[in-house]
Design a protein. Structure first.
Length: 69
């Protein structure tokens, strides 16, 4: 039985929008800061994940403002 190694690809989601990974060498916080220029709500968002979905690692940015708790 041979083992195969597959590289997991990161994906990012925010408000139902899939955001491509701009650079696999960047940390998740760096990716969040990069996309915060386009989506200002990301500046205060909380990162959830990663969640393994098939051959992808999914990170979700959830809005922190407007949530109770």
């Amino acid at each position: 039985m041979a083992l195969t190694v597959a590289k997991m690809v990161r994906t990012f989601e925010f408000s139902g929008i899939r955001l491509p990974d701009p650079n696999p060498a960047m940390s998740v916080d760096e990716v969040k800061a990069l996309y915060a220029a386009q989506y200002p709500e990301l500046a205060t968002a909380v990162v959830n994940g990663p969640e393994a979905v098939g051959d992808k690692l999914r990170y979700t940015f959830d809005r922190a403002i407007g949530s109770k708790g």
